[in-house]
Design a protein around this ligand. Structure first.
Ligand SMILES: Nc1nc2c(c(=O)[nH]1)N[C@H]1C(S)=C(S)[C@@H](COP(=O)(O)OP(=O)(O)OC[C@H]3O[C@@H](n4cnc5c(N)ncnc54)[C@H](O)[C@@H]3O)O[C@H]1N2
Ligand code: MOO
Length: 418
């Protein structure tokens, strides 16, 4: 769309691009300031949400002295007379007399008065009398060994994953106060796009409509099928109507294409028509330079965001990892994503004043990252074999052995395994 005719003079006036790191911090801060409201959710519904308050334990953990073996809870030096049995799930009567014992199961509450627990396989019993030598180390878990009542175990902002859900259940919680998943929508711009069949006759397949929602879900967004709209007709009224409608339910609307100043690039005029403010308008990064993030106020007074992803498919993904990922972290009340470091196996050129985001494949066994091929901004072949983008800072280039940050793609374990 950008290259059909020369853009008009008033449209080419553009602000200086933001430095890449600074754009990320700014977007994160703006997202955090607009963090989604906290809601109470049943525990089973919290996977993928974010703690809106610290996770504390409602009791000591364990809450009572708990036998860690099957055996005998004994009092005194023994041999011991068997006076009963305690299974997990009940409160036993105290052992009040020396040289008495109750049979005890793993997980059962150790009776008050017990001085040791003897493992069944290290005991003998005959005629109602049990003998044996209890081990030195206690064979039961003491109350508070794992945590004390009301102790803070995880801070606000922790992503809720299966391990967190399990811990919360063990701590006695039925519900958690969490920030819900951000709702995202996608508008695909570009009359030249085909939604089925092979590219031909000047038309290309829409590669972003099917892919971007899947990436957004991996960043924790909720995206329904009906939230993916396009191609939207290349007219300003159609763009304005589509964006206005998407903003009624979405916290974040991503758009693809139309970020430049070509004759049918309508994103900027659409944002202006809706009264949006730019948080970031162009970033000094290659590829992906025309990416933007704009903010509007919804009818409920809460902020809504529009992320303009450039039309070139790899550039769109660069914009996702660069701006959308930190924005979503902020909206969810999480911390700013920390970029891990990788060691480059080969040289990666810099891009002058711009940050270069270079697709790399990480060889985990060797602990190094290799640049991949087919990485033009219009290509997706390199991306489909990469783990993330190595960050080559402005004015630098990457050499073999250099440690550089990597922006990981949100891949699941097992993907890129071969
Ligand atoms: N005069 C200038 N023209 C361009 C510049 C520039 O600095 N000056 N920058 C180039 C860069 S960099 C990029 S990136 C693109 C961004 O342009 P737009 O965001 O306006 O995107 P379009 O023009 O709509 O499309 C660009 C390109 O991508 C193809 N495309 C678009 N959407 C999809 C999709 N969903 N799936 C697959 N391919 C898509 C589209 O057909 C075009 O080939 O602008 C450059 N121009
Ligand atoms: O920045 Mo464009 O995104 O180089 O193709």
């Amino acid at each position: 769309m950008s290259t059909e005719t020369a853009p008009t003079a008033d449209r080419v006036t553009a602000p200086p691009p933001a430095e890449w790191e600074e754009a990320r911090s700014r977007v994160y801060a703006v997202g955090l300031a607009a963090a989604l409201p906290a809601v109470a959710r049943p525990l089973v519904d919290t996977d993928g949400s974010t703690l809106a308050e610290p996770l504390t334990t409602r009791t000591d953990l364990p809450a009572f002295p708990t036998s860690s073996v099957d055996g005998w809870a004994v009092r005194g030096r023994g041999p011991w007379r068997v006076v009963g049995r305690v299974l997990a799930g009940s409160t036993p009567a105290p052992l009040t007399e020396d040289d008495t014992t109750v049979e005890i199961a793993t997980g059962a509450m150790v009776p008050e008065g017990a001085t040791a627990v003897l493992r069944v396989e290290e005991s003998t019993s005959a005629d109602g009398l049990v003998s044996g030598v209890p081990r030195e180390a206690p064979e039961w878990r003491k109350p508070g060994e794992e945590a004390y009542a009301d102790e803070e175990l995880l801070p606000t902002g922790t992503p809720v994953d299966p391990a967190v859900i399990g811990l919360a259940a063990a701590c006695g919680h039925d519900t958690l106060r969490v920030r819900r998943a951000p709702r995202a929508a996608l508008l695909v711009f570009g009359d030249e796009l085909l939604t089925a069949g092979p590219p031909a006759a000047g038309r290309v397949r829409d590669a972003l409509g099917p892919a971007v929602p899947a990436w957004l879900r991996r960043y924790g967004c909720q995206v329904r099928l009906s939230d993916v709209i396009g191609p939207v007709a290349d007219t300003l009224p159609a763009h304005v109507a589509a964006l206005r409608s998407a903003l009624t339910t979405a916290d974040l609307v991503c758009t693809t294409g139309g970020t430049m100043n070509g004759p049918v690039d309508h994103l900027h005029p659409t944002l202006e028509a809706l009264g949006a403010d730019y948080v970031v308008n162009t970033v000094a990064v290659r590829p992906g330079f025309p990416m933007l993030l704009a903010r509007l106020t919804g009818p409920d007074g809460r902020a809504r965001f529009v992320a303009g992803l450039p039309g070139n498919p790899q550039s769109a993904i660069v914009a996702l990892v660069s701006l959308v990922a930190p924005l979503l972290a902020g909206l969810q009340g999480r911390s700013m994503p920390v970029l891990p470091q990788v060691t480059l196996a080969e040289a990666v050129p810099g891009r002058g004043d711009h940050t270069h985001l270079a697709l790399v494949r990480v060889d985990r066994a060797a602990g190094v990252a290799f640049p991949v091929r087919h990485v033009g901004s219009a290509m997706l072949r390199g991306l489909a074999g990469a783990d993330g983008f190595a960050v080559i800072r402005p004015g630098t280039s990457g050499g073999p052995g250099d440690r550089v940050p990597i922006v990981p793609l949100p891949l699941f374990p097992g993907e890129r395994a071969s």
